[in-house]
Design a protein around this ligand. Structure first.
Ligand code: SAM
Length: 277
């Protein structure tokens, strides 16, 4: 019997191992099948994602928020180029101006959880627009509720894998900033490949930042903080704004989650890097 084929290609296009080479097409080894589909003879098409879809109950209030506010604040995942095994380097300009009804500095947030920090930051920075990606549906409902409670107009939500959003919706140099707060640390070493902060994704993020734009990460998991420092420090397009870890920028609030960690003695590290000119 013929052995079952391994099919790691889509994996390479997600978080861990898509390289700059992928953007330039230099890898050239992917099969000509769209992401998410598999050749018929492959048993387990696998993607290494930075998240696992958690079961979670959407409350009645969150469901109402979806119904009332979803059409205005949730934007569809709309790949600009057809999804190809190798991501194009620079799709056309994003629809940010149309989503927000104005042209303002655009900040991408990856993984906002229940949106506590997101809503706070949007409130204290009304001059900026925030495109916020999250795959956890109850979290999307929770942020919609906060948008309504605070009358926020400068947030749009994409309920989709941020890695695909970066690769297929965002052109180079379109972002004024990127927020990645408390990304899943994936403690076990066999899961480290799921971590968001790895050289290939950081290179793609850096390319989407405008000159002078910033990448702000925070984590309470020291080994991940050190990995972040090393990976961000090695990205040629970025420069650290601090000698090492950065002081917490004033706009990032202490969330309930973070306060609990601090009470338990977990240190929190912020990292703020800037795109070189
Ligand atoms: C540990 S939580 C932190 C949430 C929030 N930033 C906070 O500080 O409370 C990480 C979140 O990132 C989301 N996430 C992970 N990978 C993602 C991806 N590729 N695209 C969108 N969301 C992602 C998860 O669903 C989860 O809600």
């Amino acid at each position: 019997m013929a052995p079952k084929l391994q099919w790691p290609i889509v994996t390479e296009l997600t978080t861990a191992s898509a390289s700059r080479g992928a953007a330039t097409g230099s890898r050239g080894v992917a099969p000509a099948v769209p992401r998410g589909s598999a050749p018929a003879d492959v048993a387990h098409p696998q993607t290494i994602k930075s998240f696992v879809r958690r079961a979670g109950r959407t409350t009645a209030a969150q469901a109402r928020a979806f119904e009332d506010l979803g059409p205005r604040f949730v934007v569809p995942y709309a790949p600009i180029a057809p999804i190809a095994p190798i991501a194009p380097a620079a799709p056309a300009a994003p629809a940010a101006g149309a989503w927000f009804g104005r042209n303002a500095p655009l900040v991408l947030e990856i993984g906002f959880g229940m949106g506590e920090a997101t809503a706070h930051i949007a409130r204290v920075r009304p001059q900026d627009d925030f495109l916020c990606c999250e795959v956890h549906r109850p979290g999307v409902g929770a942020l919609l509720k906060r948008i309504a409670e605070h009358g926020l107009t400068n947030i749009r939500i994409l309920e989709h894998d941020a890695v695909e959003v970066i690769d297929h919706m965002l052109p180079e140099s379109c972002l004024a900033g990127v927020h990645i707060f408390f990304p899943d640390p994936w403690h076990k070493s066999r899961h480290h490949k799921r971590r968001l902060i790895q050289p290939p994704l950081v290179a793609r993020l850096a390319a989407r930042l405008q000159a002078g734009g910033y990448l702000h990460c925070a984590t309470d998991w020291q080994p991940y903080a050190e990995q972040m420092l090393q990976v961000l420090g090695a990205e040629p397009l970025l420069r650290n704004t601090a000698p090492g870890f950065a002081p917490k920028p004033g706009y990032r609030p202490l969330t309930k989650f973070e306060n609990r960690g601090l009470r338990l003695g977990h240190g929190v590290r912020d990292l703020v890097f800037e795109r070189r000119h």
